[in-house]
Design a protein around this ligand. Sequence first.
Ligand SMILES: *Cc1c(COP(=O)(O)O)cnc(C)c1O
Length: 433
Amino acid sequence: MLYYSTNGISPLATLREAVVKGLATDRGLYMPEEIKQLPKEFFDNIERLSFQEIAFEVAKAFFGEDIENDDLKKIVYDTLSFDCPVVKVCDNIWSLELFHGPTLAFKDVGARFMARMLGHFNRKEGKELVHVLVATSGDTGSAVANGFLGVEGIHVYVLYPKGKVSKIQESQFTTLGQNITAIEVDGVFDDCQALVKSAFMDKELNEHIRLTSANSINVARFLPQAFYYFNAYARMKEQGLADNLVVCVPSGNFGNITAGLFGHRMGLPIKRFIAANNANNIFYNFLKTGVYESKPSIQTIANAMDVGDPSNFARVYDLYKGDHNTITSIISGATYSDEQIRETMKTCFTDNGYILDPHGACGYRALKEQLLPDETGVFLETAHPAKFKNTVESAINHTVTIPARLAEFMKGTKQSIPMSKDFADFKAFLLNE
Ligand SMILES: *Cc1c(COP(=O)(O)O)cnc(C)c1O
């Protein structure tokens, strides 16, 4: 399968090229040339299949032409070493819990898949060591570092701003060792990002070592997110609750919901989607007005959704050929202030005993407000509430237990390399690696 750029200027890329490049040279996002429909029989019997079996069928539709079945199956099964269950919250609302992976957020799925796919290509082509550079303000670094941990042929460098990430977050990428190096930059997140960008643009550096990014817009991170939408449908169908299913996605950069929309295009019988925003309401405004207007991002308590110019909007637009009517017939929007998010965490806990994280709270609330009487709603619970312990505890007035695997990270020894924000220092460091 070939991949085209949403900007239409860059030449078509193979899967491998699209994965290694991440972003097309014309700065567009890669899209598969074809989105295959899955056969009716697949959906008729889907409730009899396990999560891994379902995911393998979906993966074959995307990657089956480029990766042999045995290898692809191994990548899928290794990626999904944890479950993504649906859990009942109240009458007609269910939570698709995506936080049972190593770093307790949905980004584990994409990061683990991408790592295994890159590892696969490296083994096939016997190329030299690949260096993955990732700048993080917290969560991306931990998902990528843990996803790539121990994957042969790849070394990951996580650049993070000194003193600007929480202890829990820091422990998730500084205590791993092996093929993961944490770099503590004396600066802010933008300095980390600038170092990574300069490295990709530096000719001399790229002649000496092979660099790639693990950005969330990468097709190998983004497409596998479709897996759990199919699984959610199967698990709801098992209980006779799959008619008129509405799926609500707390959205920031819109990669997660776009993967769901791809599933829908493949024939997954979801009635409609809701994109729930925090105060960063760019998509919400687009739905209302038909005009896309990016804005500087606003800091909120659902900080993984603080995005003022969502990259994957380009994919949504491309998928529906820019037709505003079609887009609004499939997706509706919602936007919530921090105050509303806090209030939602509190009422959901009081009414149902279910603890939401600030992102999932946007999803739950949008379903509460918008679900019709004959519909069943599933929202994506994108992170474990313990990742936002203080915020959640003060909202619900109750303690949030830290799961064992999160506590485990905090016992490890921090190993990181101090770095100035001067590119010359970073370049010299990489050349000496
Ligand atoms: C990244 C993230 C989101 C936003 O997902 P997008 O794919 O960028 O829309 C939502 N919640 C959590 C917890 C995240 O880490």
